[in-house]
Design a protein around this ligand. Sequence first.
Ligand SMILES: N[C@@H](Cc1ccccc1)C(=O)O
Length: 503
Amino acid sequence: MKLPESQVAVLNAASATDEQTVGDLADETGLKPETVTQAAFELREEGYVAVEERTDVDYELTEEGREYVEDGLPEVRLYRAAVEAGAADSAAPMGQVIGASGLGGPAVDIALANFGRKGYGDIDSGELSADGDADAGEDPESTVLAALADGQSVDDADEATLEQLVSRNLVDRREETVRSVTLTDEGVTLLMEGVETAETVDRLTPEMLASGEWEDVEFTEYNVEADAPETRGGKTHILRQTADRVKDVLVGMGFQEMQGPHADADFWINDCLFMPQDHPARTHWDRFALDVPPIEDLPEDLVERVEDAHRKGVGRDGDGYHSPWSEDFARAIALRGHTTSLSMRYLSGHEVGELEPPQRYFSVEKVYRNDTLDPTHLLEFYQIEGWVMADDLSVRDLMGTFEEFYAQFGITDIQFKPHYNPYTEPSFELFGRHPETGELIEIGNSGMFRDEVLEPLGVDCDVMAWGLALERLLMLMYGFDDIRDVHGTMSDIELLRETEVLR
Ligand SMILES: N[C@@H](Cc1ccccc1)C(=O)O
């Protein structure tokens, strides 16, 4: 029997009675572990060896973990300082105990949080009391850290303690697949009958082609299923990939892209949209105002018409807000809370000149809001802005456009809910169903611009418009349930690496 060289080497090195890991076999044969793995898989295919897999878990101290091995866990240091300060008998001022513990910077918060969690004592209105019966000398987390520093096995350590150390980022947990190989009966028989090395060639060279040798050689078979070491190149972030795809889809639907400033005048962000200047969204609670000089180049006549619309309304029966309107307020700069500022810039003719219907424009750009962070809200997100200008548009056109758009991403059950925006009438919120949780999540907001918006802009046909959240589209497409895993400082790198891109 003739077999390729690496298979022969593995067969000879393997044993019928003792399991050998790929690492052992690599040492013994002098082959690379991935070559051994490949040969073992090929031999298994023919029934000559058995390959067992198991997952080994390995724990290792992080840099922070190593520091605490030296200095002690912050909560243990705090506890010791507290006992020293007599806090086991009567509560001591927190500042004094912290000072005595020598803790500083972020270690103070870490100490306080874990002090409470471990029941070392209580903190109440700036006073700290210690539980005299707590035994900080027997702290299980310290024990595991010390064992790891000592190179001892932590196989018997309490699972919850290890989890806690991993979540505190003091210990890294690594999983490794270990494969071991044993000869089967067929393998033993084969060895007894004798195997020879076949001259196999694993790549074609120009020389072989020139000499004609390629006609006689035997080529190694490739096992495309063998595990190979993972290589991780750079890749486009999934959010960016989806943004690019959204752009392609919209361009395919006949839209042109808008561009414009992230930091813009309130005039474009709000006033043009008939948002009263005393609207809650315009306070510092909701928007990020910037301490920079106001905008200079606003079209004077447009400013006048917008002010008029706010004061007196538009049309025969129009009524304004009867609330204060100040040009200085309109000129102040903030980070845009929506990209409808771009729609205003384009519809007014300020960017690409007067536009004649029909027109379609879009942008996929960042917006900024002072929201509370939670699984569906970030301080910044991407908005898919768009509008269509034409002579006769109806709500059916608006809904049809969304259905066409979302269908391209495999989302076919969009729901609409009547809504209110100061700048559109009628207005609709859009909802989609989360593929994992089944919950309806809001994915966008839309409507037909009111005359109070369009008339000052000088537009005398219909305009339907929307702002959709790119991150929410991603949640519907991929089933993510916490947007913070995908984007921002807490994102989950493994998830981003492993998510396959949907096309
Ligand atoms: N600006 C709206 C979206 C929208 C744009 C245009 C028209 C109607 C709604 C938002 O951010 O929610």
